[in-house]
Ligand binder design. Sequence first.
Ligand code: IPM
Ligand code: MN
Length: 321
Amino acid sequence: MAHRIGIMGGDGIGPEVITEGLKVIDALGIEYDRIDYDLGGERYLKDGTVLPDEIIEEWRGIDALYAGAVGTPDVPPGLIERGLLLRMRFELDLYINYRPFVAPGHDFVVIRENTEGTYAGEGGFLRKGTPYEIATQGSVNTRHGVERCVRYAFELAMKRNKHCTLVHKTNVLTFAGDLWERTFNEVAGEYPEVETAYNHVDAACIYFVDRPESYDVIVTDNLFGDILTDLGGAISGGIGLAPTANLNPSGMSMFEPVHGSAPDIVGTGKANPVAAILSGAMMLDHLGETEAADRIRAACANPNTLTGSTSEIGDLVVARL
Ligand code: IPM
Ligand code: MN
């Protein structure tokens, strides 16, 4: 049966890079039914639509969603990010945020918990607008949520170089950190072949720059993972090369480049489609088309030599398949 793939080009350079990703997937002869979704900042400005419930329901029945980027300068910051991206992660339980970083000298993956932590929306205001105003923003960490994420990281480490590092801030975040550390250590007991390490998140920022080769799989919470993966992109050839999978390992999952909609370069041909193309490869992995996915990764192996306009880079990747 053909795969059912939702396509959400989104805003800015999103549609441009997704076009190149689909060019590469099509060149491999992958068969799929394509369902297009017009969502993002531009759509919101047109008719106020962010993410209708019917579309969430429809997504439960497809195999994957391939997305460009969302965000338009005229929309209040955060509205589309929370209403579309975060809602999708929560409602479809895309609990693994999988971000690989490959560059000369290092090859590691950050497994970021994708549904809890400070992103869960716990908190609120008291006495808002007064001089005694209080704002709290809690970090939600469930045993279930932490354990499934840590377990995923160990399973991945078993398929890779059998090394797994927990990144947290246990010296200060004594409740959340304790739950993460205990869970990590207990799960580690089930994987005696996997060597483990622990870094405080601030120290991890130094090690990312100084000795990134010491990592294989990193597992961390939602906010630490958000910040660390931008750093990961910066030390791995730039954000134009960094792909993401938002995974529900047993269901519909979403694939997107880490970068944003870059409205300043729309239509100039300057957008680098490699991150989107590599996100397409991750989607093919999820669909069981691992051979095709490996061919894409091999074709993108020397990203410095992939130069030219957005569509020229897409053509070059196709030529190297
Ligand atoms: C990311 C992005 C999102 C996040 C934003 C757009 C909500 O920065 O995917 O890393 O913080 O998770
Ligand atoms: Mn981010």
